[in-house]
Design a protein. Sequence first.
Length: 649
Amino acid sequence: MNSQEICFEVSACSGKPQRIVIASTTEGNELHRGSLNTNSEASRKTFLKGLGTKLDVPVAELIKACDNRLVQAADEADVRVDAEADKVADMEPPGRPSQATQLTYLAEHLDLWHTPDDDAFTTLSIDGHQETWPIRSKSFKRWLARRFYLATESAPNSQAMQDALGVVEGKAVFEGPQHTVHTRIAEHEGIIYLDLVDQQWRVVEITTDGWQVLDRSPVRFRRAKAMLPLPIPERGGSVAQLRAFVNCSDENWVLVLAWLVAAFRPSGPYPVLCLLGEQGSAKSTTARVLRSLVDPNSAPLRSEPRETRDLMIAANNGWVLTYDNLSKIPSWLSDSLCRLSTGGGFSTRTLYENSEETIFDAQRPAILTSIEDVANRGDLLDRSLLVNLQSIPPGRRRPEREFWIDFEAVRPSILGAMLTAVSTAMKLLPSTKLDELPRMADFAMWVTAAEPALGLEDGDFLATYKGNEESANELVLESSPVANVLLEMISDTPCWEGTATELLAELDSKAGEKTLRLKSWPKTGQTLSGILKRLAPNFRAAGIDVTSGHTGRGKAKRRSITIRKTADSCVPSDPNVPNTEKQEARGDASTTTGDVGGTQQASVEDACSTASKPCGDAGDAKLRLQSDPGDESAWSPEEEAAYEEFMER
């Protein structure tokens, strides 16, 4: 190594002969450190001898080249500390300044700023690049403590540090500018930035014209402890290189590419990728591979969180969430994953505060792996991509070490190909039009715009995505005991109308004893009504329409549920048509009729009603109404009175 490439950092003397000396490269890599008296030639030679031994260079030449530079570095350190001490003295009244005051001064020259949520940050110049740290982070505390030690050769006490951090935090919030801080991916003025999380804090800038690596980021990124660096992307690669490392069918390959290119979007909605398969189908390995292309992490696969707070903290400290080997998804976790996919926040009381609230708000891509179909609620499946991984025969298995060596060799070129796909999506998105928008339309349009760079034909993704939606609907209905019994009932009765309690009794009569004992089987009409509302979109996709309304009027008014096959000629009544004249009730049997509030459904006249059949004169009147509704002269006074009485009931 050339001696001119060695830099020396020397602590202040502060009246003591011994100093801390650190020898490092111009890039900031530490080579050697020691405690020595820089005024002693013998002490300096001993230090440089140890440095020469580590570098395997002639000691005499190193001493000749570096001894004077070491003395000069010590003198510069004394001058710098004396200047800082003079400034502190000017700010303080006569007497020695406190440690907290000295710490505050050491941070005075920093670039202090805050986020829209009033979180305090600083941007520091470290070894020729910019780094962003929270004021309350361990990194900044260590940096400030080290600066204090270099200036005073003493350690600050914990109370002084806390007092100083409070002042610095206040200056950042009340005097510093406001900026948005990002994690891994950001968008600024229509340009996407990807943080490589390397030591030089470089980023990738993605525009409609392509991508490039920047040494300095125009936006401010924060880095969590577990985040790992991405490789420097390379040009000339292809997303097809990833195919050898993902164990899925060609149809599911389209969904994998869709999730991957969507994960580079700076804003959602993001689909939840569900990797399903038997033991040994490489679910965990596939999840690791996909995450390593977007957001590498020292703990890439994690167990399910214990509560929503844990989920949101993980989302705040990473870009991709990966939960491995799930046996079930509780209702609260299913709802939380839905909010994470399409956007939603979580609030909790701030620690050690009575009324302060901490808000977590994030949208993140997520991966779930499981043997079973653990995602079975309609709202989560609506946001999911279901990928079934194939079983790996013994002859195709590879040693894990060999697998990862091969993958790391092509990871930079795969990443470069994905960045090209993102650039293509940005370019074509404004002109992308879909004949029919599916659920998560923004996601679908983004992937459709990226199809040319993903090696897909026009329309491949939408066709596959539609099949995924159909599979999700089938899974929801298959996993619901209520849906299974109701489908059996509606096959015998194309139309049904009544209250939720009546429907529950009907379903109870058709369900088996084991089904009735299930914990998920509803025990009340209200619970059943809620289940049907959740399943309504899935029933509709299966050709069954489930609607809610009201029957009766006044005190006899009650809620009703209408179930019918959409292919059947029995059209549900319109709850918005008022009925103020008896003539409307005497119309065709499919005509709707409402109460004074406009919400009554013509359950009596409707041919698909399963309510109790009317009897006596009222029954005769109803039959005559259906056979000849317009022949009012054929009604006897007794029949009309009976009909009015029946309608009142």
